[in-house]
Design a protein around this ligand. Structure first.
Ligand code: ADP
Ligand code: MG
Length: 337
């Protein structure tokens, strides 16, 4: 339990779940590198990063499946770093939700419950209702859709009333058509329960749709944490600027920057301009429709390609154009090209 003489309330206020400088190396290579995050009570925090960036390792450290080399995990001010996984009272949902195929839905959900009998049946009914599967107790797992199975897995992890919910790419097994709907159902269920959640994904759309805030990690290190709008409009690093959303990487000198600098510019921050307006010169080489707009690929005078987002009839493929830049998202000083 919480130690004596510490102000537990003040610690909890900083973050219901606190991650303090967690580090883990494998064979001398840092998989998680001094990662710190505060997750307020009831928040859904999306942990977003490319494959191999340390997302799963972070969740395994939080769950207690492995000890960190350094750092601490605190829940409500209580240091749980040395506790066994079960004692932390965290719920987990993995990519492979691994339901027991020979058990029915009710038996699957009841699996981790300490209570038995009528109390267990009541709890199972309650959590099935939370994930919008009321009355599914006697159904066979094999009869359910992928999305329903995913929600059974969620119900199973919620049944013992965990303090924190950890999800590791829970939608990546589903085909794309099902993924968006299941994502919404998952989000609604988590919101209804109101549980503090860390959701891991390598897909930006998923992170932005589900996360109250998004923490971007690369090579085990936190690049930035913020709301989706903050990350999109005010990236704190070149990595975030290019990893989150679409972005052009232009030679800075084209926009009046110093030699060797780079300018990262969103396609929607560029527009086709009249000849008199100056700007970048180029030839349109391709057009990709998105609703009534399109991404136009432009080959610049220096051979660099960039994308401009504009109304679909703005210009034609093969046309010579000038492109004005309305806003540079991020300047990368010096460095190689
Ligand atoms: P992500 O989930 O973001 O794809 P992981 O956390 O699985 O990334 O892996 C981060 C890095 O740590 C990778 O380079 C991976 O190869 C390495 N790694 C993860 N687990 C182990 C392990 N048990 N043994 C050795 N290396 C590991
Ligand atoms: Mg992973």
């Amino acid at each position: 339990m919480s130690g004596e003489g510490r102000d537990v309330t003040a610690e909890a206020a900083r973050g219901y779940l606190r991650i303090e400088r967690l580090s883990k190396s494998y064979a001398g290579r840092r998989a998680v590198d001094a990662l710190s995050l505060d997750v307020p009570r009831g928040e859904i925090l999306a942990l977003l990063g490319p494959s191999g960036s340390g997302k799963t390792t972070t969740l395994r450290l939080l769950a207690g499946f492995e000890p960190p080399d350094a750092g601490r995990v605190l829940v409500e001010g209580e240091d749980v770093t040395a506790l066994a996984p079960a004692a932390r009272r965290f719920g987990m949902v993995f990519q492979h939700y691994a339901l027991f195929p020979h058990l029915d839905v009710g038996e699957n959900v009841a699996f981790g419950l300490a209570v038995k009998g009528a109390a267990a049946a009541r709890r199972v009914a309650d959590v099935l209702a939370m994930v919008d599967l009321a009355g599914f107790e006697r159904r066979r797992v094999s009869e359910l859709s992928g999305g329903q199975q995913q929600r059974v897995a969620l119900a199973r992890s919620l049944a013992p009333e965990p303090r924190v919910l950890l999800l590791d790419e829970p939608l990546s097994n589903l085909d794309p058509a099902l993924r968006e709907r299941t994502r919404r159902e998952l989000r609604d269920a988590i919101r209804r329960v109101g549980i503090t959640t860390v959701f891991v994904t390598h897909e930006q759309e998923e992170a932005f749709d589900l996360g109250d805030r998004v923490a971007v990690i690369d090579a085990g290190r936190l690049e930035q944490v913020g709301t989706p709008d903050e990350l999109y409009d005010r990236p704190a690093s070149a990595f975030v600027a290019t990893f989150v959303g679409r972005a052009n990487d232009l030679p800075g000198r084209l926009l009046g920057g110093p030699e060797g600098s780079r300018a990262i510019v969103r396609p929607e921050a560029m527009r086709f301009a009249g000849v008199e307006n100056g700007g970048l010169e180029g030839v349109v080489t391709a057009r990709r429709f998105v609703g009534g707009h399109a991404y136009f690929t432009v080959r610049g005078a220096g051979g660099e390609d960039f994308e401009v987002f504009a109304p679909h009839r703005a210009v034609g493929v093969g046309e010579r154009v000038r492109v004005a830049v309305e806003r540079v998202l991020y300047w990368v000083e010096g460095g190689a090209g």
